[in-house]
Design a protein around this ligand. Sequence first.
Ligand code: FAQ
Length: 309
Amino acid sequence: MDANFEAKLARNENIEPKDWMPDIYRKHLIRQVSQHAHSEIIGMLPEGNWITRAPSLRAKMVLIAKVQDEGGHGLYLYTAAESLNISREELLEQLHTGKAKYSSIFNYPTLTWADIGAIGWLVDGAAIMNQVMLQRTSYGPYARAMVRICKEESFHQRQGYEITCKLAAGTKEQKEMAQDALNRFWWPTLMMFGPPDAASSNSENAIKWKIKRESNDQLRQRFVNQTVPQAELIGLTIPDKNLEWNEAKKGYDFSDPDWKEFNNVIHGNGPCNRERLGARVKAHENGRWVREAAIAYAEKRKQKAAAYQ
Ligand code: FAQ
């Protein structure tokens, strides 16, 4: 282990691409950053599904902007991963062949417009909870990408909460639709933080190397504490009969999600895994001519520039 690497971590300084780093630190980061990038890109699909059916022009414009932001987040994160010495082609190959994971949450269907509210409110809410600490992650390019991403995610959380608030204050059917979306997305959202600390195989190294600053369970607890009052404010009920304020820990007690279901989903057997990966591979194939044309154009410009020298 290089003393300089350890000293930088101890001083809370970022590790940069040209710094020496242990191979397992590099591999750990490639795994996490690329999983994160894949999640942003796959995450465009369940919401993109509702662009043509948004209930107003305003809602459509906001949703288009949000989905586009997620694509941008994917690009910053792929670039951060590439700085660890792996190519974009390899990263995409890992996603398309099912070797690399992406967030379990995107393997659930979006059945109604209220689901778009639930994704913004809960899924982006959980994403921010996790990503705020990642702004201080030890790898420089990842930390810097997270600063901008967090700003945009907080707008996403608000747009989702706004949709949910409107539905909750609407007709009986609209309120039921919002409640149904909360019922279906609550448990998968809790799973986004990863397995319980005792079962989290990567956490020990992640905390030691300051990649993660807080544990899966700590972040999950904070998310529940923040979200329960938001649901109460708009008259929706968190679907957990064991949910109860615990004064001693100044937080809510709550039930575990179904970890068997989580394991099934992350191993490719969730309700939409095949559909999502199929759509992603198809989009990649359909974009092949654009990539080839861009490369050919860049090559032509290079040749032209050389001819003038
Ligand atoms: N889904 O040892 P740990 C977003 C895997 S961004 C799938 O605890 P770690 C924005 C894990 O990879 C959402 N797999 O792992 C948006 C590992 O498997 P491996 C994505 C999961 O890395 C919003 C194994 O289980 N955010 O949503 C999940 O220390 C709306 C054992 O787990 C990030 O990626 C899961 N939920 O902790 C976009 C944030 N949980 O690789 C569109 C960065 C665990 O050993 C619309 N990532 N696994 O085979 C992280 O903070 C961490 O990687 C965790 C997992 C917390 C996800």
